[in-house]
Ligand binder design. Sequence first.
Ligand code: PMV
Length: 334
Amino acid sequence: MRDAPLDLHGDGPRRAFGHGKVILLGEHAVVYDQPALGAGLSLGVWAEAGDGTGELTASGWNLRARAGDGTAIGQAFAAILSRLEVDAAKVDVRLGGDLPTRAGLGSSAAIGIAVARAVAAVRGKDAGALALAAAADAEVVFHGTPSGIDLAAASSGQVGRFQKSVGWRPIAVLQPMTLCVGLSGVARDTRAQVDAVRRLRDRTPQVQAVIVAAGAVALAGESALERGDIDELGRLFDVAHGLLAALRVSSPELDTLVHLARGAGAIGAKLTGAGGGGAVIALAPGHERDVLAKWAAAGFKGFMAQIGSSRRDSSLDPVGIATPLPRALGVEAR
Ligand code: PMV
């Protein structure tokens, strides 16, 4: 799947793309204004907008929703149209893509960005800042109080550092790196995990030190990326996984994926995103196929993703990705 350029000339429907993402370091800490690192994936979601009656469909996912209906996707669609001041009754959007969902890979942000940009383009609105604000409104529908890192990575597609009070800063990665992404097969619920960490921090003030440490690990990861020090980044992945486990957002499946990866030669592995379910990432230079094979033998799907490549279409090797989208969006397939 490739990002089709927006056709800003002519009267036809407009197509836009939102990238999936992985959080390399700093998830959860980022909610408390600590720095975090994110990386866009070339996997993602495309949206095509044109004249219509307020319908959002994804035929590949057997999904049909209306702006403002009772579903999360319908509410998110309405929020986008409202921010863009577009008449809901007069626009249709079609969605497609290749991103596993409810896996912490940023599918909701990718959808928000793609839909907002496509609708903005077809109605002659600002496909930059205004579309980003519209996608942020959609993220609130999906996730409550998101930090914004998913959206930043979904819109930029690059590796960057994100901090709530500062925003997104691209990182000049010295050399591209291949990540193994392993799917636990357990849906994660970002809002529930963020709330659980907040309760833990409220009850046990020492948890704040874990959050600050996770932010420091993210900063160290940034300098490792700039130096091209993959070994150090791997060690930081391991430290980060331990800190996330201390925040109680790991799970038996995520821990199993991490340990299998390390056993197959990974130099570091951690859960990525909100946790509880979702995905892990592993750095295993020269052993990527071994990691995927170990995961597959244990019944877990996985794929490779290159990050930090200057090429937009960084090489991706999806292996057995077939995750239905609709459940992620709070709707049942029809
Ligand atoms: O939705 P996910 O799984 O990509 O996780 C989001 C990352 C958190 O830091 C847990 C929440 C946030 O809003 O940043």
